[in-house]
Design a protein around this ligand. Structure first.
Ligand code: GNR
Ligand code: NI
Length: 169
């Protein structure tokens, strides 16, 4: 098990489009365990492989209060979306910023589970928002892309400034 380093906006590697997972094997299951450990430690409710600079279509999520509902989605594909919700979103790759984002309320998703078995499942509410947020990461998209250019620039400048100071002290 290992806690992996999370890339932060505006790191260009977050814009990479991830490639499909070809084989669900022991090495991939090790990566899944590391993604969970990294997500729970952060703490966050979701994590896409893209955020740890691994560009494979794989995400983990757990929106429970007590780490009892781990979800693994490999090669996820949204089959249908229904309704809308507005959620205050944050992102481990955009630390310290929270903004409202509109997404589908219900999604039907096809994916492989950690045994490589094809699963079709429906997600609603926060888990649906989270899975859409994570699939965006796999496509190189961030929640800040849904904000105004002015807001995005303000966040970008703030994070770059914070990191420069971090390098000095
Ligand atoms: O921890 C997280 N919280 C969150 C809240 C609302 C919608 C999406 C998320 S995902 C985020 C963790 C993260 O950055 N995943 O990519
Ligand atoms: Ni995120």
């Amino acid at each position: 098990m290992a806690i992996l380093k999370i890339l932060e906006f505006p790191d260009p590697r977050l814009r990479t489009k991830a490639r499909s997972v070809e084989k669900v094997d022991a090495a991939l299951r090790q990566l899944i365990d590391d993604l969970f450990e990294t997500m729970y430690a952060a703490p966050g409710i979701g994590l896409a492989a893209t955020q740890v600079d691994i560009h494979q279509r794989l995400l983990v999520a757990d929106v429970s209060a007590d780490q009892t509902d781990p979800q693994v989605l490999i090669n996820p594909q949204i089959l249908a979306k229904d309704g809308t919700q507005v959620t205050e979103e944050g992102c481990l790759s955009v630390p310290g910023f929270y903004e409202e984002v509109e997404r589908a309320e219900h999604i039907r998703v096809c994916f492989l589970d950690r045994d490589g078995v094809v699963v079709e499942n429906e997600f609603s509410g926060l888990l649906a928002a989270c899975v859409q947020h994570e699939i965006d990461h796999l496509d190189g998209r961030l929640f800040v892309d849904y904000l105004s250019e002015a807001k995005r620039q303000r966040i970008r400048k703030r994070l770059l400034k914070d990191r420069r100071l971090q390098a000095v002290v």
